[in-house]
Design a protein around this ligand. Structure first.
Ligand SMILES: [Fe+2]
Ligand SMILES: [Fe+2]
Length: 231
């Protein structure tokens, strides 16, 4: 299944790609689908099927980019979804990852020196990520909400003034994974180490897709409103 369509069975979609589980939770969707299709589940939860498909397909297939539809989505809905994702990172992923990292450090038996730079690198990365999320919550999203609700546009300002590049946040997480894979001494609990790496890799994927939704779904939708207001 390269692209997910409305007629696909929801249970099959999730069997094919379990990374979509936290994504559907952000829409408030819970398990127990029986044989319902994606469209039927969207109707049950009163979610716009096209919007839902645009989000899950962006996660599911890196080449997916339904340009035509992007501009039709209400940016407030996209912002709502992105805020739920930020909340999930802040309350579930980051504390969970830290918990495993601390246990992993505690499990170190012999030379634990190499763990110190990893903890430091992680802390630095976390600060940057939190700053990025805070910037979106405090500057980018309020700009969009004001634009949509009050049709307010100022000369010299556009979505590009507010939305920062994602390259840095993406790359640092990959550096952290590489630190583990390439330079960690084998003096740690293997199960904890694997658990940390799997969490890290899953988060990396989720974060990349989150950034793609911001760049390819949110920004074009906002640009289209800016264009109309400038006419
Ligand atoms: Fe974000
Ligand atoms: Fe972002």
């Amino acid at each position: 299944m390269d692209i997910i369509y409305p007629h696909h069975s929801m249970a099959e979609v999730l069997t094919e790609n379990y990374h979509l589980l936290p994504v559907i939770n952000r829409f408030g969707i819970q398990l127990g689908f029986v044989d319902a299709t994606v469209e039927e589940i969207c109707q049950k939860y009163e979610i716009n099927t096209d919007f839902f498909l645009a989000i899950i397909n962006t996660f599911h297939n890196e080449n997916y980019f339904p340009e035509q539809k992007m501009q039709e989505f209400n940016p407030l809905k996209i912002v709502d979804y992105l805020r739920k994702t930020h909340d999930y990172y802040l309350t579930v992923i980051i504390p969970g990852m830290e918990n495993i990292l601390e246990k992993l450090i505690e499990s170190c038996s012999l030379n634990c020196e190499k763990m110190k730079p990893i903890r430091k690198f992680y802390q630095k990365y976390k600060e940057e990520l939190l700053a990025h999320i805070q910037d979106e919550e405090q500057n980018v999203f309020p700009y969009i909400i004001d634009l949509v609700r009050n049709k307010k546009i100022s000369d010299g300002y556009s979505i590009h003034t507010f939305e920062k590049e994602h390259t840095n946040v993406d790359m640092k997480l990959n550096d952290l994974t590489m630190l583990f894979l390439k330079y960690l001494d084998p003096v740690y609990d293997n199960t904890l180490c694997n658990e940390f790496l799997i969490t890290l890799l899953r988060f990396e994927k989720d974060l990349k897709n989150h950034a793609r939704i911001e760049d390819y779904v949110l920004v074009p939708a906002v640009e289209s409103i800016e264009k109309k207001l400038r006419k």
